[in-house]
Design a protein around this ligand. Structure first.
Ligand SMILES: C[S@@+](CC[C@H](N)C(=O)[O-])C[C@H]1O[C@@H](n2cnc3c(N)ncnc32)[C@H](O)[C@@H]1O
Length: 219
């Protein structure tokens, strides 16, 4: 696997990323669109999804990522692995999540992961963080009852902020108020492996979509 070198962070609020990305025809992308969908937000180089897609062929996997060169590379690796249940899209989740999810068959979205999102430490930059109330509302709109969101970060403040955004939504219920002791996913992400190498703590949590319907939602 040759590694493409790219900038570490891009600013999702910069002008370059303000045009939402149109979704493809999913029936041309996935071999079987009736499979449950796992969405990974900020998937980076996509190795987590590549391994998940190999291990669980009965799921479809979609990664959304704002750095275009690594999405191109992830798609090449996907093609080399000949996987028909995996796709990556170069987009800004902040403005493209809604159109992406709206174009899937209703009830597809069964699992979402947001793993080690960019921390944007400076207070004035925190609006660049990927988990914002609008994103939580969009996920609530498209997730079926009992579908899960898995969150993890090595930065306590980032993990707490993600948990707070989901906890303040009436459409999500936290599995446990304690940080999870183990990663419930069978595959670690690239960032996770690095953090583990340094022996640093990782803060993990799971939320479930509640039964509560969104007013005016056509079911
Ligand atoms: C620290 S990396 C973690 C990558 C991977 N999840 C992992 O755990 O190895 C965070 C990723 O989120 C992407 N990202 C940040 N903001 C984004 C946005 N608004 N839309 C899509 N991707 C975004 C970044 O480009 C980066 O690849």
């Amino acid at each position: 696997m040759a590694i493409v070198r790219v900038r570490e962070h891009v600013n999702p609020l910069s002008r370059r990323y303000q045009t939402p990305t149109s979704p493809p025809d999913w029936s041309q992308v996935f071999a079987d669109l009736s499979r449950p969908l796992h969405l990974d937000i900020g998937c980076g180089r996509g190795v987590f999804l590549l391994k998940m897609a190999e291990q669980e062929p009965e799921w479809n996997y979609l990664g959304l990522e704002i750095r275009e060169p690594i999405v191109k590379q992830a798609l090449e690796w996907r093609d080399e692995a000949k996987l028909n249940n995996l796709h990556y899209i170069f987009c800004n989740v902040s403005n493209s999540l809604h159109p992406m999810l709206a174009s899937f068959p209703k009830g597809s979205l069964a699992r979402v992961s947001i793993q080690f999102p960019d921390p944007w430490f400076k207070r004035k930059h925190q609006k660049r963080r990927v988990v914002q109330p609008e994103m939580v509302s969009t996920l609530a709109e498209f997730m079926s009852p009992d579908a899960i969101v898995f969150l993890q970060s090595d930065i306590l403040d980032v993990a707490k902020q993600m948990v707070d955004r989901f906890a303040e939504s009436p459409h999500f219920i936290q599995d446990s108020s304690e940080w999870l002791a183990e990663n419930p996913m069978p595959v670690p992400t690239e960032r996770e492996l690095m953090v583990q190498l340094f022996g640093d703590p990782i803060y993990r949590s799971i939320f479930r979509r509640s039964e509560l319907e969104i007013p005016n939602q056509v079911v």
